[in-house]
Design a protein around this ligand. Structure first.
Ligand code: MG
Length: 262
């Protein structure tokens, strides 16, 4: 009886996994988990656990944000502050004093890449944040990131995104084989391409205000990503427009919306 139950559970798990993977292959629009797949499972954003879960549910990509500490360690966190500590003016050791709700410490970029490389089918979408320490610190963050990704042999699995125009231009130069997409939404697709970006990754309101930009970007060979889309109606709006990627806090919901279109 026990064996039968185990077999049944294994079969159910395989069915769910293959369903997600098969379905994902057929979708024109791909699912990017925003700061990992954290929300439905109540995991901390940008934690190793949220990255792991994004891989487990078959997300095409898992987005994460990086900053540089005072002592040149690259860490994964969204805000400039981590539980009350300003990352740019704190040492890595100081940040280790605080823990995420699941007991994890703030991940380093190396740790994040190591976990991500266990989920080969999930792209690692690395957002390089503008440093509050100034332009030189952002430049240092870009240079160190490209070197760390290379050393980890993760280059082929990593895509870059950034709001920082100067940082993005530098990234395009230092990592010419990687996708580098621009987030701010203040450049036309043609301007983004001329600046060296391979893709635009704009807030959905930018596309609403500039209805020709999705087609224009596609014609220029740029990838089109839209953030951060968490409701069915806006998901459907962009699925219909066949954007390449939707970045969402609700990857499970986006999978079900995509399945409904098949
Ligand atoms: Mg981000």
């Amino acid at each position: 009886m026990k064996l039968q139950l185990k077999s049944l559970a294994l079969f159910a798990m395989l069915f769910i996994c293959s369903n997600v993977i098969m379905a994902q292959k057929n979708f024109t629009t791909k699912v990017i988990a925003h700061r990992g797949a954290w929300k439905a499972q109540h995991l901390p954003e940008n934690s190793l656990a949220s990255l792991r879960h994004a891989g487990e549910i078959g997300c095409y990509g898992s987005e994460f944000d990086i900053h540089i500490t005072k002592d040149d360690i690259i860490v994964v966190n969204h805000d400039n502050e981590y539980y009350g500590l300003t990352i740019a003016t704190s040492t890595y050791q100081e940040l280790l004093a605080k823990k995420h709700s699941n007991g994890e410490s703030i991940p380093t970029l190396e740790e994040y890449l190591k976990e991500g490389m266990k989920h080969k089918k999930t792209r690692l979408v690395c957002e390089i944040k503008t440093s509050t320490g100034g332009k030189e610190r952002t430049k240092k963050l870009v240079e160190m990131t490209v070197a760390i990704v290379k050393k980890a042999k993760a280059r082929k699995q990593v895509d870059y995104i950034t709001f920082d125009l100067e940082g993005g231009k530098l990234l395009a130069k230092l990592a010419p084989k990687n996708e580098v997409a621009y987030l701010t939404g203040d450049l036309t697709p043609a301007e983004a391409k001329a600046a060296g970006f391979n893709g635009i990754d704009y807030h959905y309101n930018v596309y609403v205000k500039n209805p020709g930009w999705i087609e224009e970007a596609k014609k220029l060979g740029l990838s089109v990503n839209v953030w951060t889309v968490n409701t069915e109606d806006i998901m459907q709006k962009f699925i219909q427009q066949k954007v390449d990627f939707i970045t969402t806090n609700e990857p499970e919901l986006l999978f079900s919306e995509l399945k409904a279109t098949l």
